[in-house]
Design a protein around this ligand. Structure first.
Ligand code: SAM
Length: 389
């Protein structure tokens, strides 16, 4: 439906209509434009949209866990499409806005568009947003939601690990801010058919990008016991990785794993519950990480991100588990150290990667008030840094 961030063909005819005041956008081309929020009814996404999101007669206010409250739209607020159902509640929204400081004339990259909550808040502050998501469903939803922002908003399908190529092809020259809010959306967890949640019975899928071939079922049914144990440990630090991998490989000889419940029930049988967490929590996290190459994508993004920031531009990363946060912390530290030292060197040397100033020495977490409203923000950790002049 959408080629992965393929950008082809001339754009100049349509550009004259853009009013961002941002010359960086001058060479967006035609194909890119058709993937933008300004054209939300493009091609196959139209039928997807119709089948998924039946407009409600009233206007639902988004609440966590799929709950909606039917209200009149706020007076004078025309920009957001409020006839859409709940998708995702953006976490640490105030903290994101403080860190990115969006304002008219700024261009912000949102690498994890999701339901468009963060992007919308940025747009409401007058900045322009170029966004990506690897999930077609998320793009369709967010484009419909943000259509009213016209040419200030542009969304492309693709993995943020490839953002450099995408932005280069689109002739974007520099960014005032970059945000990634990694992991899955509430929509992913709530939609049983996506297979992300052990609490809902569905196919063992877990792909954010359904154009990619590898599913969680492929991993548990075909990978070796050693490989399964390795990913359970490396992706989620599952202390029972070997026991679970052995049980998976024994069980699948009788009956291949097809559903989330089948896998979750089997894990609950071999690993009795300790504490509040379901015993399958870490296995599901590890499988999801592997299916979507989440840790390599994060490393690739962090390797390229700082060079895209203008002086004073801000980089904001929200992660949801300790392995991710460690990767972010280490990358930020690498960029924020003016000197590097090694025992074998007589004196420290200037760090060639030095380009960021840390804004958050420690990661920010959701306030009690936010947690009351959105318990899914519990494990969110935000780190922010600023590009040096
Ligand atoms: C936590 S949600 C983001 C929610 C969003 N900030 C909002 O306010 O609605 C994460 C989104 O990022 C997408 N995603 C995760 N990893 C990605 C990657 N490597 N490249 C592109 N999109 C990714 C997922 O498909 C999902 O829609």
């Amino acid at each position: 439906m959408f080629p992965e961030c393929a950008l082809t063909g001339p754009f100049s005819t349509v550009y004259s209509g853009m009013s961002t005041g941002c010359s960086l956008w001058g060479n967006w081309n035609m194909h890119a434009l058709f993937q933008m929020g300004t054209w939300p009814w493009f091609g196959a996404s139209e039928s997807l949209e119709e089948s998924m999101f039946t407009p409600e007669p009233l206007h639902p206010r988004q609440l966590p866990h799929g709950r909606t409250e039917m209200t009149e739209p706020p007076e004078g607020d025309e920009s957001s499409n409020r006839s859409l159902p709940f998708y995702h509640l953006p976490v640490l929204l105030q903290e994101v806005l403080e860190a990115l400081a969006p304002s008219p004339g700024k261009l912000i990259f949102d690498g994890t568009l999701g339901g468009g909550g963060h992007s919308e808040a940025i747009l409401q502050h007058g900045a322009s947003v170029v966004a990506m998501d690897q999930d077609t469903e998320a793009l369709t939803y967010a484009k419909a939601r943000l259509a009213g922002y016209g040419t200030r908003f542009c969304a492309l399908k693709g993995n943020f690990r490839a953002f450099s190529r995408v932005l280069r092809e689109a002739n974007v020259g520099g960014l005032d801010g970059m945000l990634i809010d990694i992991g899955v959306s509430s929509r992913h967890l709530d939609a049983a058919e996506r297979g992300f949640s052990f609490a809902k019975d569905g196919p063992l899928d877990m792909r954010m990008d359904r154009d990619r071939p590898l599913t969680a079922a492929d991993i548990v049914n075909t990978w070796s016991q050693e490989e399964i144990a390795r990913i359970l440990y490396e992706n989620a630090e599952e202390p029972q990785s070997r026991r679970i991998a052995r049980a998976i490989c024994q069980d699948r000889t009788h009956k291949p794993f097809r559903s989330t419940s089948q896998l979750a029930d089997m894990i609950a049988r071999v690993c009795p519950k300790h504490g509040k967490k379901h015993p399958a929590t870490l296995t599901f996290q590890a499988l999801r990480c592997e299916v979507n190459s989440e840790l390599p994508a994060l490393r690739d993004f962090l390797a390229d991100a700082p060079q895209w920031l203008k002086p004073g531009g801000r980089l904001v990363v929200i992660s949801f588990h300790s392995i991710e946060d460690r990767i972010v912390k280490q990358a930020f530290q690498q960029y924020a150290a003016p000197f590097i030292d090694r025992p074998e060197w007589p004196a420290p040397k200037p760090n060639p990667k030095y380009c960021l100033n840390l804004i958050t020495k420690k990661p920010l977490e959701a306030s009690e008030a936010e947690l009351q409203m959105n318990p899914r923000a519990r494990s969110a950790r935000l780190r922010a840094a600023e590009r040096l002049p």
